[in-house]
Design a protein around this ligand. Structure first.
Ligand code: DGP
Length: 113
């Protein structure tokens, strides 16, 4: 339970909860890189994309679907947005709980790294 995101799911750390169902939880990023910056995570503690099993793969599709619905709610579905999953140290992953960033609300740079 020393995982920050598990503590957010459990309500032990505060967050602006934007969505949750049995599998997925979404909240606003504490350090936004754009006007809309949300974090979509599985409720199950999976450390990183590389730890995802074949059986768990459909979870990613579900997270993309939740991201699309949240993009609509945030009013950025039409203008466009970026979904990013950082994986491992060189992928820029700081929090070791699988998560998808939903970023938008301004023109994003074409640079990814
Ligand atoms: P990454 O570099 O991909 O591991 O991104 C982790 C993101 O998580 C980063 O954009 C900041 C966000 N974050 C870290 N701690 C907290 C927190 O306690 N609350 C919220 N809302 N976001 C957090």
């Amino acid at each position: 339970m020393d995982c920050i995101f598990c503590q957010i799911i459990a309500g032990k750390l505060p967050s602006e909860i934007l969505y949750q169902d049995e599998e997925v939880f979404a909240f606003r990023d504490i350090s936004p890189q754009a006007p809309t910056h949300l974090v979509i995570i599985p409720k199950k503690h999976i450390p990183s994309l590389i730890d995802l099993t074949g059986e768990e793969l459909p979870l990613i599709g579900h997270m993309v679907d939740v991201a699309y619905k949240l993009a609509q709610k945030e009013g950025i579905a039409e203008s466009g947005y970026r979904l990013a999953i950082n994986c491992g140290p060189w992928g820029g992953q700081l929090v070791p709980h699988l998560h998808m960033h939903l970023i938008g609300g301004r023109q994003l740079s074409g640079r990814l790294g």
